[in-house]
Ligand binder design. Structure first.
Ligand SMILES: *Cc1c(COP(=O)(O)O)cnc(C)c1O
Length: 469
């Protein structure tokens, strides 16, 4: 273990809040509030009502927040592109949160949809998404998935290997179809939050080396059943600022300009990865500023290389749904643990954990939390919100100041759980996955039902089913 792997007992960024009941503005859904008696409301529905009707843990998604953000992101990129005389298409990266309702909300705002598996494709289709406005990703799409994409007329397949290119060409040729494709490349830029790292060589599974792009595109252009649309690059996730995107765009446009010598390349897809606030100290760049900064950078490079701006494409996931979701838990037990001579930590155990939010365990991701059923006048105390799973790394919120009287029976809300929580959920310890409830205008309804123990037992082939021999 290196020194950097050892987390301090209290993270440097964590501040003692003046009021441990406050709702940090950028972190909670825009319409979150507290009633006069202190109960948290989201979409006009109180947390206590939600917990009573649907139980805990519970994923709550603010429908208007998702729709509003989809609109805002689409408009931001459209406006930025228009200023440079081109257009932009925004694909919702559905792996962030996927259900038919959410697909309808975002496609209703004019977004296209990215999927990465046959399962995600099936949900998008069940929602009525236009196959022509679907992008299919993945480094190991099956033949069946590729055939289905061709059969449906999926708008673009983002190809990731030479083997896949030949496979897809063969499938399309057999159907007498011409499949449009983008080529996923590595720009060598990796961005994470505030910093980016640019390398010349890549050692990861996705995409082609930028240096090989000419050869790969020439191969595609030789195949009459494929149509080359352009390059695709996704530099990372939870990125703040435009520097990483600008550096990546500079490297991509150089190759894009060169490819135009051999034929058309009408599209340039710069991926997603736009960051959101998980705690009060996160300060993500406004999407309008991001869109302007990124599109300006692409435009500058196009001018430098003497080529027209292509149609631009972007693939936000987290930036569309992340802030719209909160998770409600009930506190089951608490215990005070002496960390050192002068530090005690209140461990707050909730009725969910790494099965409904894997990100802290997977990535060391930080979250925040607040009491949802009441406010408290007790002073803030250092707390760690942990789950119910058999794993000491089962942490929901690593470090947060909660009212010192936080106790069993309290409702706890964790904000910014709209992205990569439901979609990464598991049945670890045979815990059924929670339902997802959409709230809007004071009403709540289930958009994905919760699992039951019977759902889980139904998969065990060793349990005789009723009526079976
Ligand atoms: C995951 C992913 C995205 C979305 O990333 P966010 O961080 O949610 O915006 C976009 N494009 C590709 C190719 C991805 O794999």
């Amino acid at each position: 273990m290196s020194a950097s792997d050892v987390r301090p007992a209290v993270p440097e960024w964590l501040r003692v809040p003046a009021d441990p009941n406050d709702l940090a503005e950028a972190v909670w859904p825009p319409a979150c509030a507290r009633t006069s008696d202190g109960v948290l409301t989201v979409g006009g529905v109180s947390a206590t009502e939600l917990a009573e009707r649907f139980g805990t843990p519970l994923y709550v998604l603010d429908q208007d927040a998702v729709i509003g953000q989809a609109r805002r992101v689409r408009r931001a990129f459209a406006a930025a592109a228009e200023r440079h005389g081109t257009t932009a298409r925004v694909y919702y990266a559905s792996k962030a949160f996927l259900s038919t309702e959410v697909v309808r909300w975002v496609t209703g705002e004019g977004l296209a949809v990215d999927v990465a598996t046959g399962g995600e494709l099936a949900v998008a289709l069940a929602a009525g998404a236009d196959p022509g406005l679907i992008g299919l990703h993945g480094n190991n799409k099956s033949r069946l998935e590729l055939a289905r994409a061709v059969e449906l007329g999926v708008g673009s397949v983002i190809v990731d290997s030479l083997i896949e290119i030949d496979r897809l060409a063969e499938i399309a040729a057999a159907r007498g179809a011409v499949q449009p494709v983008l080529v996923r490349v590595n720009s060598g830029v990796h961005a994470e939050t505030h910093d980016f790292l640019a390398t010349a060589h890549e050692d990861q599974k996705f995409g082609f080396a930028l240096a090989d792009a000419d050869e790969v595109v020439a191969r595609i252009r030789d195949l009459p059943s494929l149509r080359f649309l352009g390059l695709h690059c996704h530099i990372g996730s939870q990125i703040f600022g435009t520097a990483g995107f600008a550096e990546s765009a500079s490297r991509l446009v150089e190759v894009h300009a060169r490819l135009l010598a051999g034929g058309e390349a009408p599209v340039l897809n710069l991926g997603g990865g736009f960051g959101i606030a998980y705690t009060s100290v996160d300060d993500p760049t406004d999407i309008e500023d991001l869109a302007d900064g990124i599109v300006d950078a692409v435009a500058r490079e196009c001018v430098a290389h003497g080529v027209a701006l292509p149609t631009l494409a972007f693939e936000p996931g987290r930036a569309i749904v992340g802030r719209a979701g909160i998770t409600l838990y009930e506190v089951g037990t608490t215990k005070s643990v002496r960390v050192s001579a002068d530090l005690e930590r209140l461990y707050v155990s909730v009725d969910g954990g790494m099965s409904d939010n894997a990100r802290p365990a997977l990535y060391g991701a930080d979250y925040s939390a607040r009491l949802a059923g009441r406010i408290s006048a007790a002073p803030p105390t250092l707390a760690r919100v942990v789950g119910r799973h058999c794993e000491s790394g089962d942490i929901v919120v690593d470090a947060e100041y909660l009212p010192a009287d936080t106790a069993p029976g309290d409702l706890l809300a964790v904000p910014a759980t709209g992205a990569y929580c439901f979609s990464l959920a598991s049945n670890y310890n045979y815990v059924p996955r929670p339902p997802v409830v959409a709230v809007s205008d004071g009403t709540a309804r289930i958009i994905v039902r919760g699992e039951t123990i019977d759902d889980l037992l139904a998969r065990d082939a060793g349990i005789p089913t009723e009526g079976a021999e």
